[in-house]
Design a binder for this molecule. Structure first.
Ligand code: ZN
Ligand code: ZN
Length: 257
């Protein structure tokens, strides 16, 4: 069975292709499940790199249309990739209850930090990775999310792998187990290529130190394309991500709900 639950489209302003383009690609590549999960817009703040709040129904309607049109060839799911921001809990519930989202993927690109938000791509102190992890754990415990995207995204900061990074990993693994949410091996991290540091040559994410612990704790995982172009839905980097899972001894599952 072939599934992808982390799929973007042109609404987010940094991806190409319509919902239908991704659906046609998925059919061509014999997928069984395609979950659309474009970046969620927020009513309280424009974080950029995502659709405007006024576009949300266009996106939803495009997915609904695709479900009607292609539903017999492919199971298509309406989702969003969403941060967990404590102030937005009512909104996340609205997405699931009123907007009809079939699932949410937690992608913690920003997190609550001293009354403001911190960007997970710009962390300079590994202690802040623990704070990142604590917000992820809080998010998972709400029960809103069916999948934790790129749990080791803070790897882009190329910080030393110290005790704080170990603690971050433990917090995320423990909460994934407690909340029964699978972790994602993200092919976009593979697309960013290898880096070299004291640990040798490795991906920034998926980070082997993180996934060693995941394998040991036997947390289920999925591989996602996190594609921002239809041609990346099942490319060589997705295949490398699957090989990475196998090398690490991570157990992959196909269905997240
Ligand atoms: Zn994106
Ligand atoms: Zn993401």
């Amino acid at each position: 069975m072939l599934a992808n639950y982390h799929t973007h489209c042109s609404h987010c302003k940094h991806a190409e292709g319509t919902v239908e383009d991704y659906v046609l690609q998925a059919i061509k590549q014999h997928f069984d499940i395609l979950g659309m999960s474009d970046h969620v817009p927020y009513p309280h703040r424009d974080f950029g790199y995502r659709m405007d709040m006024t576009e949300i129904w266009d996106y939803i309607n495009e997915v609904r249309y695709a479900q009607q049109q292609y539903g017999r060839q492919l199971q298509i799911l309406l989702g969003f990739e969403s941060e967990y921001l404590a102030s937005q809990r009512a909104y996340y519930e609205e997405l699931l209850d009123d907007y009809g989202a079939e699932y949410l993927v937690l992608g913690q690109h920003f997190f609550d930090y001293d009354g403001d938000y911190k960007n997970a791509y710009f962390i300079t102190d590994t202690a802040d990775c623990i704070r990142y992890a604590k917000t992820v754990a809080e998010g998972l415990h709400t029960g809103y999310y069916a999948l934790l995207a790129h749990p080791d995204i803070v790897g882009v900061n190329r910080l030393p792998w110290d005790r704080n990074m170990e603690e971050m990993t433990d917090i995320i693994i423990d909460s994934a187990i407690e909340c029964d949410v699978p972790l994602e091996i993200n092919a976009n991290g593979i697309r960013r290529g290898l880096v070299e540091d004291k640990l040798g040559l490795h991906y920034m994410y998926p980070h082997f130190k993180f996934w060693e612990k995941v394998a040991e704790a036997k947390v289920p995982a999925v591989v996602s394309a996190d594609c921002h172009a239809p041609s990346l839905l099942y490319d060589n980097d997705v295949k490398r991500a699957r090989a990475f899972a196998e090398e690490m001894g991570v157990r992959l599952i196909d269905e997240i709900t």
